[in-house]
Design a protein around this ligand. Sequence first.
Ligand code: SAM
Length: 167
Amino acid sequence: MVRENEIRENEVAVEPPAATDAGLVFIGRISTPWTSRMETPRQGRHDGPLCRIEIFEPWGPALKGVEAFERLEILYWLDRSRRDLVLQSPASSGKVHGTFSLRSPVRPNPIGTSIVKLEAVEGAVLLVRGLDCLDGTPLLDLKPDRTLFKPIAPPQPGDFHTDDEGT
Ligand code: SAM
């Protein structure tokens, strides 16, 4: 069963430390067809429905060049998640897993990531397929899929370090 915010059998919640301000800003908003966690996909698919990513001002110019990439990596803030579970039981079976061994939205910093298929860029709006978030989810960042991206800046010494050098 998909959770709203309930705790299941054998799950463990902790008292989280006070939040530190990492200075994050939401740079946009994601529109999807899903308004309930009961229906949102667990992972997006590239033949899934078209979703809309709106980039807020003043970040529009930062989209220059994204159209060259067939796929983008999207990072978003799973804003309706609880954040205090260390052990979770995704199948509600009583069997528990550590939060960091899961891709559950329930985590201390509820950051979701998806590789999406870029269908169109319309001004400050991206149309994509492959998301799995609720309508209205805040956008944290987007960048080219790492498998499509070649660094533009010259290489640095660390790029050539391998384990044989005994470090
Ligand atoms: N693809 C991302 C990842 O692997 O990091 C997220 C995967 S997470 C399993 C996707 C689930 O998060 C959805 O099925 C839904 O239950 C939940 N979810 C989606 N948007 C959310 C939001 N804004 N707040 C809280 N939970 C959300």
